[in-house]
Design a protein around this ligand. Structure first.
Ligand SMILES: [Zn+2]
Length: 183
């Protein structure tokens, strides 16, 4: 019986189960532009960095997709980067928006882009915390990354400000992530 379940798993179902508690909105779903170029991360990564976008918050897939497209345009056209900088973005709708994803080097945490992934909460979290569904989405995403072997089992969680001169990810969100595992 076990063998049969295993066989079915390999055939169809179980590949996505590592992330069954996370809703990831793919690049094609939010209407991403193609990257100018890409480079591969060496996996699993040692660091997970938390950011906020310090911009608009959003509470539905359509409004969040619009915000993510705006950030991608800003990063590519104004900053001159190859793609949206973050690995993933989190909406107040509780969904995860795929940026550069698990496998590609991002542009988010100077000096550490090639050893970590970045998860950015959309909004400004200096004075307020993200909604619980957004916090849960980020935590579930990290655990999913560990199960997929994209993130080291002994990963180190940090806020952007821990690695450079910035207030990111905002005082309130920063205080929150300091209570999370692996901080
Ligand atoms: Zn940041």
């Amino acid at each position: 019986m076990f063998k049969i379940i295993l066989a079915i798993c390999f055939a169809v179902a179980c590949k996505g189960d590592e992330c069954s508690d996370v809703t990831i909105v793919s690049r094609s779903d939010w209407g991403a532009r193609a990257p100018k170029s890409t480079s591969q991360l060496s996996l699993p990564v040692k660091y997970v960095f938390i950011h906020h976008t310090d911009g608009r918050a959003c509470t539905s897939q359509s409004s969040c997709s619009s915000v993510v497209r705006g950030i991608q345009n800003y990063h590519m056209d104004d900053r001159g980067w190859d793609d949206i900088g973050y690995s993933f973005l989190i909406g107040e709708d509780g969904k995860v928006y795929e940026g550069r994803g698990w496998d590609r080097v991002g542009a988010h945490t100077r000096g550490y882009n090639d050893v970590g992934i970045a998860i950015s909460f959309m909004g400004n979290f200096s004075n307020i915390k993200p909604k619980q569904i957004a916090l849960d989405a980020a935590k579930n995403l990290i655990n999913c990354g560990v199960r997929l072997r994209k993130v080291s089992t002994t990963y180190i969680l940090r806020g952007h400000r821990d690695m450079g001169t910035t207030t990111c990810p905002g005082d309130t969100l920063y205080a929150e992530i300091k209570t999370w595992p692996h901080y």
